[in-house]
Design a protein around this ligand. Structure first.
Ligand SMILES: Cc1cc2nc3c(=O)[nH]c(=O)nc-3n(C[C@H](O)[C@H](O)[C@H](O)COP(=O)(O)OP(=O)(O)OC[C@H]3O[C@@H](n4cnc5c(N)ncnc54)[C@H](O)[C@@H]3O)c2cc1C
Length: 475
Protein backbone atom coordinates (compact mmCIF):
# COMPACT_ATOMS: atom_id res chain seq x y z
CA UNK A 1 0.00 0.00 0.00
CA UNK A 2 1.28 3.50 -0.78
CA UNK A 3 1.75 6.04 2.00
CA UNK A 4 -1.27 7.88 0.68
CA UNK A 5 -3.35 4.72 0.67
CA UNK A 6 -2.27 3.85 4.19
CA UNK A 7 -3.15 7.31 5.46
CA UNK A 8 -6.56 7.20 3.86
CA UNK A 9 -7.22 3.78 5.40
CA UNK A 10 -6.33 5.23 8.78
CA UNK A 11 -8.68 8.12 8.12
CA UNK A 12 -11.45 5.69 7.30
CA UNK A 13 -10.78 3.93 10.58
CA UNK A 14 -10.77 7.04 12.77
CA UNK A 15 -13.14 9.38 10.87
CA UNK A 16 -15.53 7.00 9.08
CA UNK A 17 -18.33 9.58 8.72
CA UNK A 18 -16.18 12.24 7.13
CA UNK A 19 -14.33 9.81 4.94
CA UNK A 20 -17.59 8.35 3.68
CA UNK A 21 -19.14 11.76 2.94
CA UNK A 22 -16.44 12.78 0.52
CA UNK A 23 -13.35 11.11 -0.80
CA UNK A 24 -11.03 13.98 0.01
CA UNK A 25 -7.59 14.18 -1.49
CA UNK A 26 -4.36 13.39 0.32
CA UNK A 27 -3.55 17.05 1.15
CA UNK A 28 -6.94 17.51 2.77
CA UNK A 29 -6.48 14.27 4.70
CA UNK A 30 -3.21 15.41 6.23
CA UNK A 31 -4.56 18.83 7.22
CA UNK A 32 -7.62 17.12 8.72
CA UNK A 33 -5.42 14.99 10.94
CA UNK A 34 -3.30 17.90 12.05
CA UNK A 35 -6.24 20.15 12.94
CA UNK A 36 -8.81 17.84 14.50
CA UNK A 37 -6.58 15.38 16.33
CA UNK A 38 -3.94 17.84 17.49
CA UNK A 39 -2.36 16.97 20.83
CA UNK A 40 -2.60 19.69 23.50
CA UNK A 41 0.32 21.92 22.58
CA UNK A 42 3.22 21.99 24.98
CA UNK A 43 5.44 25.01 25.73
CA UNK A 44 7.99 25.35 22.92
CA UNK A 45 10.96 25.94 25.17
CA UNK A 46 11.57 26.17 28.92
CA UNK A 47 9.94 29.31 30.29
CA UNK A 48 7.28 29.62 27.56
CA UNK A 49 3.79 30.10 29.00
CA UNK A 50 1.48 27.16 28.21
CA UNK A 51 -1.38 28.12 25.86
CA UNK A 52 -5.04 27.56 26.70
CA UNK A 53 -5.17 23.97 25.37
CA UNK A 54 -2.32 22.80 27.58
CA UNK A 55 -4.45 23.36 30.69
CA UNK A 56 -5.74 19.87 29.84
CA UNK A 57 -2.29 18.45 30.50
CA UNK A 58 -1.92 16.92 33.94
CA UNK A 59 -5.62 16.47 34.68
CA UNK A 60 -6.28 13.27 36.64
CA UNK A 61 -7.60 10.33 34.60
CA UNK A 62 -11.34 9.78 34.58
CA UNK A 63 -12.46 7.11 36.98
CA UNK A 64 -12.55 3.93 34.89
CA UNK A 65 -16.20 3.28 35.73
CA UNK A 66 -17.08 6.65 34.11
CA UNK A 67 -14.62 6.34 31.27
CA UNK A 68 -15.82 2.86 30.35
CA UNK A 69 -19.34 2.38 31.72
CA UNK A 70 -20.10 -0.79 29.75
CA UNK A 71 -18.02 -3.24 31.81
CA UNK A 72 -17.21 -3.63 35.51
CA UNK A 73 -13.54 -3.12 36.46
CA UNK A 74 -11.67 -5.63 38.60
CA UNK A 75 -11.93 -3.45 41.72
CA UNK A 76 -15.34 -5.17 41.97
CA UNK A 77 -13.93 -8.65 41.52
CA UNK A 78 -15.83 -11.06 39.27
CA UNK A 79 -17.35 -14.23 40.76
CA UNK A 80 -15.26 -17.38 40.52
CA UNK A 81 -16.48 -19.52 37.62
CA UNK A 82 -13.39 -21.49 36.61
CA UNK A 83 -13.97 -24.69 38.63
CA UNK A 84 -15.64 -26.41 35.67
CA UNK A 85 -14.61 -29.97 36.59
CA UNK A 86 -15.54 -29.37 40.24
CA UNK A 87 -12.10 -29.66 41.82
CA UNK A 88 -13.85 -28.74 45.05
CA UNK A 89 -14.90 -32.41 45.27
CA UNK A 90 -11.22 -33.33 45.70
CA UNK A 91 -10.75 -31.02 48.69
CA UNK A 92 -11.23 -31.73 52.39
CA UNK A 93 -13.69 -29.53 54.26
CA UNK A 94 -10.73 -27.73 55.88
CA UNK A 95 -9.29 -26.97 52.44
CA UNK A 96 -12.68 -25.76 51.18
CA UNK A 97 -12.96 -23.46 54.18
CA UNK A 98 -9.51 -21.98 53.52
CA UNK A 99 -10.48 -21.39 49.90
CA UNK A 100 -13.67 -19.62 50.93
CA UNK A 101 -12.05 -17.48 53.61
CA UNK A 102 -9.09 -16.38 51.48
CA UNK A 103 -11.29 -15.72 48.44
CA UNK A 104 -13.69 -13.50 50.38
CA UNK A 105 -10.98 -11.39 51.98
CA UNK A 106 -8.97 -11.02 48.79
CA UNK A 107 -12.00 -9.94 46.77
CA UNK A 108 -13.21 -7.52 49.42
CA UNK A 109 -10.01 -5.99 50.80
CA UNK A 110 -7.44 -6.33 48.03
CA UNK A 111 -9.27 -6.06 44.71
CA UNK A 112 -10.21 -2.38 45.25
CA UNK A 113 -6.62 -1.22 45.85
CA UNK A 114 -4.38 -3.47 43.78
CA UNK A 115 -4.33 -1.51 40.49
CA UNK A 116 -3.34 1.68 42.32
CA UNK A 117 -0.48 0.06 44.27
CA UNK A 118 0.69 -1.88 41.22
CA UNK A 119 0.84 1.35 39.22
CA UNK A 120 2.77 3.09 42.03
CA UNK A 121 5.03 0.02 42.45
CA UNK A 122 4.52 0.27 46.21
CA UNK A 123 3.65 -2.47 48.65
CA UNK A 124 0.40 -1.80 50.57
CA UNK A 125 1.86 -2.23 54.05
CA UNK A 126 -1.45 -1.37 55.70
CA UNK A 127 -2.92 -4.69 54.51
CA UNK A 128 -0.33 -6.85 56.28
CA UNK A 129 -2.61 -7.34 59.35
CA UNK A 130 -5.40 -8.49 57.00
CA UNK A 131 -3.02 -10.97 55.37
CA UNK A 132 -2.00 -12.13 58.85
CA UNK A 133 -5.65 -12.75 59.70
CA UNK A 134 -5.83 -15.27 56.84
CA UNK A 135 -3.53 -17.51 58.95
CA UNK A 136 -1.65 -18.85 55.96
CA UNK A 137 1.89 -17.63 56.74
CA UNK A 138 3.93 -20.65 57.76
CA UNK A 139 1.73 -22.88 55.57
CA UNK A 140 2.47 -26.52 56.30
CA UNK A 141 4.74 -25.87 59.32
CA UNK A 142 3.38 -27.43 62.48
CA UNK A 143 3.83 -25.77 65.89
CA UNK A 144 5.61 -22.49 66.67
CA UNK A 145 2.36 -20.59 66.08
CA UNK A 146 2.19 -21.77 62.45
CA UNK A 147 -1.07 -22.92 60.84
CA UNK A 148 0.02 -26.51 60.02
CA UNK A 149 -2.10 -26.64 56.87
CA UNK A 150 -2.07 -29.58 54.48
CA UNK A 151 0.09 -28.82 51.46
CA UNK A 152 -3.09 -28.82 49.37
CA UNK A 153 -4.66 -26.26 51.73
CA UNK A 154 -1.58 -24.10 51.54
CA UNK A 155 -1.54 -24.39 47.73
CA UNK A 156 -5.23 -23.50 47.45
CA UNK A 157 -4.62 -20.41 49.61
CA UNK A 158 -1.70 -19.40 47.36
CA UNK A 159 -3.90 -19.71 44.28
CA UNK A 160 -6.73 -17.72 45.83
CA UNK A 161 -4.38 -14.89 46.76
CA UNK A 162 -2.80 -14.93 43.28
CA UNK A 163 -6.24 -14.99 41.64
CA UNK A 164 -6.82 -11.47 42.91
CA UNK A 165 -3.26 -10.22 43.19
CA UNK A 166 -0.04 -12.02 42.21
CA UNK A 167 2.21 -9.55 44.05
CA UNK A 168 0.52 -10.33 47.37
CA UNK A 169 0.95 -14.04 46.75
CA UNK A 170 4.66 -13.54 45.98
CA UNK A 171 5.08 -11.48 49.15
CA UNK A 172 3.63 -14.39 51.19
CA UNK A 173 5.50 -17.05 49.26
CA UNK A 174 8.92 -15.49 49.75
CA UNK A 175 8.18 -14.88 53.42
CA UNK A 176 6.55 -18.23 54.14
CA UNK A 177 7.51 -20.95 51.63
CA UNK A 178 11.11 -19.78 51.37
CA UNK A 179 12.04 -17.79 54.50
CA UNK A 180 10.00 -19.55 57.18
CA UNK A 181 10.32 -23.00 55.65
CA UNK A 182 14.12 -22.73 55.57
CA UNK A 183 14.11 -22.01 59.30
CA UNK A 184 11.62 -24.85 59.91
CA UNK A 185 13.54 -27.42 57.83
CA UNK A 186 17.15 -26.30 58.39
CA UNK A 187 17.08 -24.27 61.64
CA UNK A 188 17.94 -25.30 65.20
CA UNK A 189 15.19 -25.78 67.78
CA UNK A 190 16.17 -22.45 69.35
CA UNK A 191 15.98 -20.65 66.01
CA UNK A 192 12.52 -22.07 65.32
CA UNK A 193 11.26 -20.95 68.72
CA UNK A 194 12.83 -17.54 68.37
CA UNK A 195 11.82 -16.63 64.82
CA UNK A 196 8.79 -18.61 63.63
CA UNK A 197 6.01 -17.32 65.93
CA UNK A 198 6.33 -13.63 64.96
CA UNK A 199 6.87 -14.56 61.31
CA UNK A 200 3.61 -16.56 61.40
CA UNK A 201 1.83 -13.46 62.70
CA UNK A 202 3.50 -11.29 60.03
CA UNK A 203 4.70 -8.96 62.77
CA UNK A 204 8.18 -9.70 61.43
CA UNK A 205 8.89 -10.31 57.74
CA UNK A 206 11.44 -12.59 56.08
CA UNK A 207 13.21 -12.74 52.75
CA UNK A 208 15.37 -15.39 51.12
CA UNK A 209 18.56 -14.51 49.28
CA UNK A 210 20.15 -17.06 46.98
CA UNK A 211 20.47 -15.32 43.58
CA UNK A 212 23.47 -13.11 42.85
CA UNK A 213 24.12 -10.68 39.99
CA UNK A 214 26.48 -13.19 38.32
CA UNK A 215 24.67 -16.37 39.36
CA UNK A 216 20.97 -16.75 38.54
CA UNK A 217 20.15 -20.12 36.97
CA UNK A 218 23.63 -21.20 38.01
CA UNK A 219 22.93 -20.32 41.67
CA UNK A 220 24.94 -23.26 43.05
CA UNK A 221 28.11 -21.44 41.90
CA UNK A 222 27.34 -18.41 44.09
CA UNK A 223 30.29 -16.33 45.31
CA UNK A 224 29.12 -14.56 48.48
CA UNK A 225 31.51 -15.75 51.17
CA UNK A 226 31.18 -16.63 54.85
CA UNK A 227 34.43 -16.51 56.78
CA UNK A 228 34.66 -17.95 60.29
CA UNK A 229 35.76 -15.48 62.95
CA UNK A 230 35.57 -15.62 66.70
CA UNK A 231 31.95 -15.97 67.85
CA UNK A 232 30.50 -15.93 64.37
CA UNK A 233 30.92 -15.33 60.65
CA UNK A 234 31.69 -12.44 58.30
CA UNK A 235 29.58 -12.29 55.14
CA UNK A 236 30.85 -10.54 52.03
CA UNK A 237 29.19 -10.35 48.64
CA UNK A 238 26.15 -9.32 46.70
CA UNK A 239 22.61 -10.61 46.12
CA UNK A 240 20.05 -9.62 43.49
CA UNK A 241 16.30 -9.81 42.96
CA UNK A 242 15.52 -10.59 46.57
CA UNK A 243 11.79 -10.15 47.23
CA UNK A 244 10.80 -8.25 50.42
CA UNK A 245 14.46 -7.47 51.11
CA UNK A 246 14.10 -3.69 51.29
CA UNK A 247 12.03 -3.96 54.46
CA UNK A 248 12.40 -7.54 55.75
CA UNK A 249 13.30 -7.90 59.43
CA UNK A 250 15.32 -11.04 58.81
CA UNK A 251 17.20 -12.06 55.69
CA UNK A 252 18.09 -15.68 55.00
CA UNK A 253 21.42 -15.37 53.19
CA UNK A 254 23.24 -18.20 51.44
CA UNK A 255 27.01 -17.91 51.31
CA UNK A 256 30.04 -20.07 50.54
CA UNK A 257 31.99 -21.18 53.60
CA UNK A 258 35.61 -20.20 52.89
CA UNK A 259 36.93 -23.24 54.81
CA UNK A 260 34.76 -25.99 53.31
CA UNK A 261 33.83 -24.29 50.00
CA UNK A 262 30.24 -25.48 50.66
CA UNK A 263 27.08 -23.36 50.77
CA UNK A 264 25.85 -22.42 54.25
CA UNK A 265 22.78 -20.45 55.35
CA UNK A 266 22.60 -17.52 57.77
CA UNK A 267 19.88 -15.47 59.45
CA UNK A 268 20.87 -11.82 59.10
CA UNK A 269 19.04 -8.99 60.92
CA UNK A 270 17.96 -5.99 58.89
CA UNK A 271 20.03 -3.47 60.86
CA UNK A 272 23.27 -5.48 60.76
CA UNK A 273 26.22 -3.12 60.08
CA UNK A 274 27.57 -3.56 56.54
CA UNK A 275 24.20 -4.69 55.11
CA UNK A 276 22.50 -2.55 52.48
CA UNK A 277 19.35 -3.39 50.50
CA UNK A 278 18.07 -1.11 47.72
CA UNK A 279 14.95 -1.44 45.61
CA UNK A 280 15.11 -2.61 41.99
CA UNK A 281 13.08 -0.08 40.02
CA UNK A 282 11.20 -0.20 36.70
CA UNK A 283 9.89 -3.77 36.81
CA UNK A 284 7.08 -4.62 34.38
CA UNK A 285 5.64 -7.39 36.56
CA UNK A 286 4.88 -8.03 40.25
CA UNK A 287 5.31 -4.30 40.65
CA UNK A 288 4.13 -4.24 44.26
CA UNK A 289 6.79 -6.72 45.32
CA UNK A 290 9.84 -4.91 46.62
CA UNK A 291 12.75 -6.74 45.01
CA UNK A 292 16.14 -5.62 46.19
CA UNK A 293 19.83 -5.61 45.46
CA UNK A 294 21.73 -6.52 48.61
CA UNK A 295 25.31 -5.54 49.40
CA UNK A 296 27.10 -7.35 52.23
CA UNK A 297 30.35 -5.85 53.46
CA UNK A 298 31.86 -7.72 56.40
CA UNK A 299 28.44 -8.34 57.91
CA UNK A 300 28.91 -10.10 61.26
CA UNK A 301 26.51 -12.99 61.99
CA UNK A 302 26.77 -14.62 65.42
CA UNK A 303 27.20 -18.42 65.56
CA UNK A 304 23.67 -18.77 66.91
CA UNK A 305 22.29 -17.41 63.63
CA UNK A 306 23.96 -19.88 61.31
CA UNK A 307 21.39 -22.42 60.07
CA UNK A 308 22.82 -25.79 61.15
CA UNK A 309 20.86 -27.69 58.48
CA UNK A 310 22.38 -25.93 55.47
CA UNK A 311 25.72 -27.59 54.76
CA UNK A 312 25.66 -27.79 50.99
CA UNK A 313 23.63 -26.54 48.04
CA UNK A 314 21.64 -29.80 48.14
CA UNK A 315 20.12 -28.68 51.45
CA UNK A 316 18.35 -25.81 49.71
CA UNK A 317 16.63 -28.41 47.48
CA UNK A 318 14.49 -29.61 50.42
CA UNK A 319 13.03 -26.12 50.64
CA UNK A 320 12.85 -25.54 46.89
CA UNK A 321 10.94 -28.80 46.32
CA UNK A 322 8.06 -27.57 48.53
CA UNK A 323 8.21 -23.97 47.40
CA UNK A 324 8.13 -25.04 43.72
CA UNK A 325 4.81 -26.75 44.40
CA UNK A 326 3.54 -23.50 45.94
CA UNK A 327 4.92 -21.41 43.09
CA UNK A 328 3.17 -23.73 40.62
CA UNK A 329 -0.13 -22.73 42.21
CA UNK A 330 0.48 -19.04 41.57
CA UNK A 331 -0.02 -19.33 37.78
CA UNK A 332 -3.10 -21.46 38.47
CA UNK A 333 -4.59 -18.68 40.59
CA UNK A 334 -3.58 -15.99 38.10
CA UNK A 335 -5.19 -17.91 35.23
CA UNK A 336 -8.37 -18.43 37.27
CA UNK A 337 -8.69 -14.70 37.95
CA UNK A 338 -8.10 -13.84 34.30
CA UNK A 339 -10.70 -16.36 33.18
CA UNK A 340 -13.24 -15.03 35.69
CA UNK A 341 -12.62 -11.48 34.51
CA UNK A 342 -12.94 -12.41 30.82
CA UNK A 343 -16.09 -14.43 31.46
CA UNK A 344 -17.82 -11.40 32.96
CA UNK A 345 -16.36 -8.88 30.53
CA UNK A 346 -17.44 -10.82 27.47
CA UNK A 347 -21.04 -10.77 28.63
CA UNK A 348 -21.01 -7.08 29.56
CA UNK A 349 -19.19 -5.68 26.56
CA UNK A 350 -21.13 -5.41 23.32
CA UNK A 351 -19.85 -4.92 19.77
CA UNK A 352 -21.82 -5.27 16.55
CA UNK A 353 -24.98 -5.22 18.74
CA UNK A 354 -24.06 -8.46 20.50
CA UNK A 355 -22.12 -9.33 23.64
CA UNK A 356 -18.52 -10.32 22.89
CA UNK A 357 -19.41 -13.72 24.38
CA UNK A 358 -21.70 -14.37 21.39
CA UNK A 359 -18.85 -14.56 18.88
CA UNK A 360 -17.59 -18.04 18.04
CA UNK A 361 -13.94 -17.04 17.99
CA UNK A 362 -14.24 -15.57 21.48
CA UNK A 363 -16.00 -18.66 22.79
CA UNK A 364 -13.21 -20.89 21.48
CA UNK A 365 -10.65 -18.76 23.32
CA UNK A 366 -12.65 -18.87 26.53
CA UNK A 367 -12.97 -22.65 26.29
CA UNK A 368 -9.24 -23.06 25.62
CA UNK A 369 -8.53 -20.98 28.73
CA UNK A 370 -10.96 -23.04 30.79
CA UNK A 371 -9.53 -26.33 29.53
CA UNK A 372 -6.00 -25.18 30.42
CA UNK A 373 -7.15 -24.26 33.92
CA UNK A 374 -8.74 -27.68 34.52
CA UNK A 375 -5.53 -29.44 33.46
CA UNK A 376 -3.35 -27.06 35.51
CA UNK A 377 -5.51 -27.61 38.59
CA UNK A 378 -5.33 -31.39 38.27
CA UNK A 379 -1.55 -31.39 37.82
CA UNK A 380 -1.16 -29.03 40.81
CA UNK A 381 -3.48 -31.14 42.95
CA UNK A 382 -1.66 -34.37 42.02
CA UNK A 383 1.70 -32.78 42.92
CA UNK A 384 0.33 -31.99 46.37
CA UNK A 385 -0.85 -35.57 46.81
CA UNK A 386 2.52 -36.97 45.72
CA UNK A 387 4.19 -34.67 48.24
CA UNK A 388 1.80 -35.66 51.03
CA UNK A 389 2.50 -39.34 50.44
CA UNK A 390 6.25 -38.70 50.49
CA UNK A 391 6.61 -39.82 46.86
CA UNK A 392 7.18 -36.51 45.06
CA UNK A 393 10.55 -36.25 43.30
CA UNK A 394 12.37 -32.99 42.46
CA UNK A 395 11.79 -33.72 38.76
CA UNK A 396 8.05 -33.98 39.30
CA UNK A 397 7.96 -30.64 41.18
CA UNK A 398 10.03 -29.00 38.45
CA UNK A 399 7.87 -30.33 35.63
CA UNK A 400 4.75 -29.15 37.47
CA UNK A 401 6.10 -25.62 37.90
CA UNK A 402 7.42 -25.45 34.34
CA UNK A 403 4.37 -26.90 32.56
CA UNK A 404 1.80 -25.01 34.63
CA UNK A 405 3.51 -21.67 34.07
CA UNK A 406 3.73 -22.42 30.33
CA UNK A 407 0.00 -23.14 30.12
CA UNK A 408 -0.80 -20.11 32.25
CA UNK A 409 1.19 -17.93 29.86
CA UNK A 410 -0.99 -19.12 26.98
CA UNK A 411 -4.13 -18.64 29.09
CA UNK A 412 -3.44 -15.05 30.15
CA UNK A 413 -2.38 -14.07 26.69
CA UNK A 414 -5.70 -15.34 25.31
CA UNK A 415 -7.40 -13.31 28.03
CA UNK A 416 -5.44 -10.24 27.05
CA UNK A 417 -6.62 -10.62 23.47
CA UNK A 418 -10.23 -11.11 24.51
CA UNK A 419 -10.32 -7.84 26.43
CA UNK A 420 -9.30 -5.69 23.48
CA UNK A 421 -7.90 -2.31 24.54
CA UNK A 422 -8.93 -2.88 28.14
CA UNK A 423 -6.65 -5.90 28.04
CA UNK A 424 -3.73 -3.54 28.52
CA UNK A 425 -5.21 -1.74 31.56
CA UNK A 426 -4.43 -2.85 35.11
CA UNK A 427 -7.95 -1.75 36.12
CA UNK A 428 -9.37 -4.78 34.29
CA UNK A 429 -6.88 -7.18 35.92
CA UNK A 430 -5.81 -9.04 32.79
CA UNK A 431 -2.94 -6.75 31.77
CA UNK A 432 -1.58 -6.80 35.31
CA UNK A 433 -1.89 -10.60 35.49
CA UNK A 434 -0.27 -10.92 32.06
CA UNK A 435 2.76 -8.95 33.26
CA UNK A 436 2.86 -10.59 36.70
CA UNK A 437 3.14 -14.03 35.17
CA UNK A 438 6.40 -13.21 33.40
CA UNK A 439 8.64 -13.09 36.50
CA UNK A 440 6.88 -16.20 37.84
CA UNK A 441 7.76 -18.01 34.61
CA UNK A 442 11.36 -17.07 35.43
CA UNK A 443 11.78 -17.32 39.22
CA UNK A 444 12.29 -20.47 41.30
CA UNK A 445 14.03 -21.85 38.24
CA UNK A 446 13.13 -20.66 34.76
CA UNK A 447 10.96 -22.83 32.52
CA UNK A 448 14.15 -24.10 30.88
CA UNK A 449 16.02 -24.90 34.06
CA UNK A 450 13.04 -26.74 35.57
CA UNK A 451 12.70 -28.70 32.32
CA UNK A 452 16.37 -29.66 32.58
CA UNK A 453 15.90 -30.79 36.20
CA UNK A 454 13.15 -33.15 35.01
CA UNK A 455 15.18 -34.07 31.94
CA UNK A 456 18.08 -35.12 34.18
CA UNK A 457 15.75 -37.20 36.33
CA UNK A 458 14.17 -39.09 33.44
CA UNK A 459 17.33 -39.65 31.38
CA UNK A 460 20.00 -39.80 34.06
CA UNK A 461 22.00 -37.22 32.04
CA UNK A 462 22.56 -33.67 33.32
CA UNK A 463 22.62 -31.17 30.48
CA UNK A 464 22.91 -27.86 32.34
CA UNK A 465 26.38 -27.17 31.02
CA UNK A 466 27.03 -26.83 27.30
CA UNK A 467 28.67 -29.98 25.95
CA UNK A 468 31.82 -28.06 25.11
CA UNK A 469 32.34 -27.02 28.77
CA UNK A 470 31.47 -30.45 30.16
CA UNK A 471 34.09 -31.91 27.80
CA UNK A 472 36.69 -29.34 28.82
CA UNK A 473 36.12 -30.01 32.52
CA UNK A 474 36.77 -33.74 31.93
CA UNK A 475 40.16 -33.08 30.30
C1 LIG B 1 10.50 -10.76 40.32
C2 LIG B 1 11.58 -11.68 40.74
C3 LIG B 1 11.66 -12.10 42.05
C4 LIG B 1 12.70 -12.91 42.49
N1 LIG B 1 12.81 -13.23 43.82
C5 LIG B 1 13.91 -13.89 44.25
C6 LIG B 1 14.11 -14.11 45.66
O1 LIG B 1 13.28 -13.70 46.49
N2 LIG B 1 15.23 -14.75 46.05
C7 LIG B 1 16.18 -15.21 45.17
O2 LIG B 1 17.16 -15.78 45.60
N3 LIG B 1 16.02 -15.00 43.82
C8 LIG B 1 14.91 -14.36 43.35
N4 LIG B 1 14.74 -14.14 42.00
C9 LIG B 1 15.76 -14.59 41.06
C10 LIG B 1 15.32 -15.71 40.13
O3 LIG B 1 15.27 -16.92 40.81
C11 LIG B 1 16.24 -15.70 38.91
O4 LIG B 1 15.89 -14.56 38.14
C12 LIG B 1 16.13 -16.94 38.08
O5 LIG B 1 16.69 -18.03 38.76
C13 LIG B 1 16.80 -16.81 36.71
O6 LIG B 1 18.08 -16.27 36.83
P1 LIG B 1 18.52 -15.03 35.93
O7 LIG B 1 17.46 -14.00 36.01
O8 LIG B 1 19.88 -14.64 36.35
O9 LIG B 1 18.53 -15.58 34.44
P2 LIG B 1 19.75 -16.32 33.72
O10 LIG B 1 20.26 -17.41 34.57
O11 LIG B 1 20.71 -15.30 33.24
O12 LIG B 1 19.01 -16.98 32.47
C14 LIG B 1 18.69 -16.23 31.30
C15 LIG B 1 18.06 -17.20 30.28
O13 LIG B 1 18.98 -18.26 29.96
C16 LIG B 1 18.39 -19.52 30.21
N5 LIG B 1 19.40 -20.45 30.73
C17 LIG B 1 20.28 -20.25 31.73
N6 LIG B 1 21.03 -21.35 31.93
C18 LIG B 1 20.60 -22.27 31.03
C19 LIG B 1 20.96 -23.62 30.75
N7 LIG B 1 21.92 -24.28 31.43
N8 LIG B 1 20.30 -24.27 29.75
C20 LIG B 1 19.30 -23.65 29.07
N9 LIG B 1 18.91 -22.38 29.30
C21 LIG B 1 19.55 -21.71 30.26
C22 LIG B 1 17.30 -19.26 31.24
O14 LIG B 1 16.29 -20.27 31.20
C23 LIG B 1 16.80 -17.89 30.81
O15 LIG B 1 15.89 -18.04 29.76
C24 LIG B 1 13.67 -13.36 41.55
C25 LIG B 1 13.56 -12.98 40.21
C26 LIG B 1 12.55 -12.14 39.80
C27 LIG B 1 12.49 -11.72 38.35
Amino acid sequence: MTNEGALNSLLLLFFPQRAKKKKENFVFAVSEISSSTAMPSLPQKPGDAPDAKSSRVGLPALDVATAFPQATPASIFPPSVSDYYQLDDLLSSEEKNIRKKVREIMEKEFAPIMAEYWEKAEFPFHVIPTLAALSVAGGTIKGYGCPGLSITGSAIATAEIARVDASCSTFILVHSSLGMLTIALCGSELQKQKYLPSLAQLTTIACWALTEPDYGSDASSLRTTATKVEGGWLLDGQKRWIGNSTFADILIIFARNTSTNQINGYIVKKDAPGLKATKIENKIGLRMVQNGDILLKKVFVPDEDRLPGVNSFQDTSKVLAVSRVMVAWQPIGIAMGVYDMCHRYLQERKQFSAPLAAFQLNQEKLVRMLGNIQAMLLVGWRLCKLYESGKMTPGQASMGKAWISLKARETVSLGRELMGGNGILADFLVAKAFCDLEPIYTYEGTYDINSLVTGREITGIASFKPAILSKASRL
